[in-house]
Design a protein around this ligand. Structure first.
Ligand SMILES: [Zn+2]
Length: 326
């Protein structure tokens, strides 16, 4: 009897022990999955990605008399994401994603960076909470594009390029438009009925392997990673101020300052096609190092509402596009 009791107890312990081990395995697996999908935002200590600001400066060195002297922003739409979507391990605190376009005005006319999106595209694009859309702001972006000297975009996602794909008078836009070949490939998704207006084939298409000047004072910098067609823009202003438009390489300026990238959950599962984690991480490391080396360079992520508000407050950027640019 004693023997049998001990054996039953032993069996029960064995059974409970196995449940315990299974639970422990599950907890560890959940921990690893959490870390892998949401908490790991590490960037490498060294980077192959080049942010050669001296080369950018050299490209616009002859533009002194034509440098932009006025920088403006339009916020076409907004929504809110948990900050942990924007930056790995960022937690659940809501983060306002401003959907912006920028305008640089000067003696050589105006350059528009990013093209807004119409209401229909916004409906399918704003997947965060509390979405808002400003039809008048988008109208000003479209009007300013039509009067600009040059239109460029940071990448081929709809909140940046749909305004190109659906521009009301494509022939008017084409002569002002410079896209990379990869942006041109990617933006047909947002064209009416999936068909790119034939007139847009007359846009200037480039395949930059190195930074290239696209307008007085403005340099396009290849930055494939977030999307195949992603680029950044360096701008030198008449005041001597220097800006770097990051597009979506960083969604928040804190991606650069910390540095920390988006979590894999976003990169691999929410983004289609997935973004190239290694390339973005290398770029964020390079931008972080550049921000330390060049503290006066103002980096501007497309979507960081708080940061943009601070730049407006500081007088570096103004609200509302000028339609008849000088
Ligand atoms: Zn974006």
């Amino acid at each position: 009897m004693v023997q049998r009791g001990t054996s039953e107890k032993g069996n029960r312990m064995g059974w409970l022990g196995r449940i315990g081990i299974a639970l422990l395995v599950l907890i560890v697996a959940a921990g690893v999955a959490y870390w892998y999908l949401l908490a790991d935002g590490d960037v490498p200590a060294a980077t192959q990605y080049k942010t050669d600001i001296e080369a950018w400066r050299a490209l616009v060195a002859g533009d002194t008399a034509e440098l932009p002297n006025d920088v403006r922003v339009e916020v076409v739409a907004k929504d809110e994401l948990p900050f942990g979507i924007v930056q790995a391990a960022g937690g659940y605190k809501p983060y306002v994603m401003a959907r912006t376009a920028f305008q640089l005005n000067g003696p050589a006319g105006s350059v528009v960076i990013d093209a807004g999106m119409d209401k229909d595209i916004a409906k399918s694009t704003l997947r965060g909470r509390n979405p808002t859309y400003d039809e008048a702001a988008n109208g000003r972006v479209i009007a300013a594009m039509g009067n600009s000297a040059r239109v460029v975009v940071t990448h081929e996602h709809p909140d940046h390029i749909a305004g190109v794909a659906r521009f009301p008078v494509p022939e008017r836009l084409a002569e002002r438009l410079t896209l990379t070949a990869k942006q041109f490939e990617g933006f047909r998704l947002w064209a009416p009925g999936g068909v790119v207006p034939p007139a847009l084939a007359n846009a200037t298409l480039i395949e930059p392997q190195t930074p290239v000047r696209v307008a007085p004072g403005i340099v396009m910098i290849p930055a494939e990673g977030h999307t195949p067609g992603t680029v950044m823009f360096y701008a030198k202003l008449a005041s001597g101020a220097e800006l770097l438009f990051l597009g979506d390489v960083a969604w928040s300026i804190s991606n650069v300052t910390k540095p920390a990238i988006r979590p894999r959950l976003v990169q691999d599962y929410l983004m289609s096609p997935p973004e190239n984690r290694d390339k973005v991480a290398a770029q964020i490391r390079a931008l972080h190092d550049l921000s330390l080396a060049e503290p006066d360079l103002t980096m501007i992520p497309s979507h960081d509402e708080t940061h943009i508000e601070q730049l407006i407050e500081a007088g570096l950027i103004k609200r509302i596009f000028v339609i008849d640019a000088p």
